[in-house]
Write a protein that binds this ligand. Structure first.
Ligand code: KIV
Length: 257
């Protein structure tokens, strides 16, 4: 097993697992030293391309951005989301995941879903492709934004799916928008770590979209905390640049040949 994955597994019940998204080299370089997992999420569809759904994200989109991220990731585990429609059968899942790993040199792939895609997940793992699971709100198939795990039926199904993913061999599961008490139950039922997003403090780790946490992407989702308003600082720099160029204060002799 990949040593980075081994180290992530060891953190269960000991210390929090950190995961953030990156879509390019510069961001990857910045986050790499703080996180255990760098995720090239298909959230790049809405964050970078204004898509109303992640269904529009292509394998080429994911590969191109991941290649850039690879240049900035030195220590964390690099996980790439398999986009919508790329893992409908065992063979398509394998062909596409193999291509992602070959072209991006990532460590693992992430697939959304439980029972419905379990044969594909088992197939990938049998073929030695490390897989991260994703349960709860599944943006690739959800019709609308709605939290999960509120009813007893949904809670039971989520726990069942999580156990099924665990026995298929996934090394961790992202739990998205799941009620706190349900996220706690799932986390306690598993030997592998859960990485929460909008799923309370009870998960073993936390993932966020980096552009959201620094305020570069405007979102009103309840679970997002804006840790800084980076746009403010970018605006200051852009204003100074614009002023200096207009006043011929830049470029000076120092910046010329
Ligand atoms: O696409 C993504 O960025 C994700 C995370 C939000 C978990 O799947």
């Amino acid at each position: 097993m990949n040593t980075k994955i081994k180290n992530i597994l060891k953190k269960k019940n000991k210390s929090k697992i950190l995961c953030l998204t990156a879509y390019s080299k510069n961001f990857a370089e910045l986050i790499d030293k703080y996180v255990d997992i760098t995720l090239i999420g298909d959230s790049l569809g809405s964050v970078l391309y204004n898509y109303d759904t992640t269904k529009k994200v292509t394998l080429t989109n994911m590969i191109d951005h991941s290649k850039s991220v690879r240049l900035g990731v030195k220590k964390s585990l690099m996980v790439v989301d398999m986009p919508f429609n790329t893992y409908r059968s065992n063979l398509s899942a394998y062909k596409n995941a193999k291509r992602v790993i070959k072209e991006t040199k990532c460590d693992a792939v992430k697939l959304e879903g439980g029972k419905k895609i379990i044969t594909q997940i088992k197939f990938l793992i049998k073929k030695k492709i490390p897989v991260m699971g994703h349960l709860g709100l599944l943006p690739q198939s959800a019709k609308r934004f709605k939290s999960k795990g509120k009813s007893t039926r949904e809670t039971k199904q989520l726990i069942k799916d999580a156990l099924m993913l665990q026995s298929s061999g996934v090394f961790a599961i992202v739990i998205e928008c799941v009620k706190a008490t349900t996220a706690k139950k799932i986390t306690q039922s598993l030997k592998i770590p859960t990485i929460g997003i909008g799923s309370s403090v009870h998960c073993d780790g936390q993932v966020l979209v980096t552009d959201d946490l620094i305020g570069l992407n405007s979102t009103k989702i309840r679970f997002v905390k804006k840790f800084i308003n980076i746009k403010k600082y970018i605006n200051i720099a852009l204003k100074k640049f614009s002023k200096d160029v207009k006043l011929k204060k830049y470029p000076t002799k120092k910046h010329s040949y």
